[in-house]
Design a protein around this ligand. Structure first.
Ligand code: SAH
Length: 261
């Protein structure tokens, strides 16, 4: 019989008229923080993204309203400016507003833009970090983000710029020299291009790579491949979003660590 622990955590009040910008983690509801659970239990309205797992939303207070602000490639989606304005308006109506995002709100999640808008509008807010996809997803995939034999640095990169193409300011040359382990978020649309840039920057075409899809969810899948074959293998495995690309020798350690699937 598991022991039920109810720690006497002294969590802050969710004050009406304020916004909590909260990371929901990569999927598994067990990876929510105590502050995130507290916010779900106390929010009046939850403005959430497409990446937030249904099982996480199910933990909300029964009376809390759900407000979808998702963005998904191809489908009509709320503009970032509209979302920030909506948060300000809901807070000014005196509600406890939970802005819930997948992973961590400040990692490729536009949380910074929303925080700036709230600050400018004079709306009180709090930022609650979450487990970002690369950290949570690698743990569940059995790929250590660092390992003494393999790397002393790693890099998290976005494979999707503002206009939908690869972000222009990423220095792939410097990146490939500096970080033995590279995790590329939002890379699936440009997988061949990303791999080609890394190879052009000096990484081996036979270097281990993995595509981790739906990490921490029951449908998690991991395709182990190489940099050169990544795009073709992702296509034939019919990888589903969300997914990220992991590059580097650490991928090989998975054989000895794999535990989740
Ligand atoms: N703020 C989020 C990232 C948002 S960008 C975070 O900190 O995790 C969206 C990208 O995150 C996706 O394209 C994918 O690359 C990655 N991602 C998010 N959740 C994921 C999951 N459960 N499995 C694999 N990749 C995920």
């Amino acid at each position: 019989m598991p022991r039920l622990v109810s720690p006497p955590l002294d969590l802050p009040d969710f004050v009406p008229g304020s916004v909590w910008l909260v990371g929901a983690g990569p999927g598994d509801p067990g990876l929510l923080t105590a502050l995130a659970l507290h916010a779900l239990a106390n929010a009046d309205v939850i403005v959430y993204d497409a990446l937030v797992d249904r099982r996480v939303l199910a933990l909300k207070h029964a009376a809390a309203a759900l407000d979808y602000a998702g963005k998904r490639g191809g489908r009509p989606s709320a503009q970032q400016e509209d979302i920030s304005l909506r948060l300000v308006r809901l807070a000014r109506e005196g509600r406890r507003v939970l802005r819930l995002k997948g992973g961590d709100p400040f990692v490729f999640g536009r949380g910074g833009e929303e925080a700036i808008a709230l600050k400018r509008a004079g709306v009180p807010f709090r930022v609650v970090p979450g487990i970002t996809a690369a950290i949570g997803g690698l743990a569940y995939a059995g790929i250590p983000a660092t390992h003494r034999d393999v790397n002393h640095s790693f890099a998290f990169v976005s494979g999707h710029g503002a206009g939908g193409s690869l972000p222009g300011e990423v220095d792939w040359q410097a990146l490939s020299r500096a970080a033995p382990t590279i995790v590329v978020y939002m890379a699936m649309g440009h997988l061949a291009d990303v791999a080609q840039r890394l190879i052009a920057a000096g990484r081996g075409s036979d270097e281990p790579a993995a595509i981790v899809s739906k990490a921490t969810m029951p449908e998690q899948s991991v395709v182990e491949t190489t940099l050169a074959r990544a795009a073709a293998d992702a296509a034939s495995a019919q990888i589903e979003a969300p997914a990220m690309l992991v590059v580097g020798p650490a991928v090989k350690l998975r054989q000895g660590i794999r535990w989740f699937d």
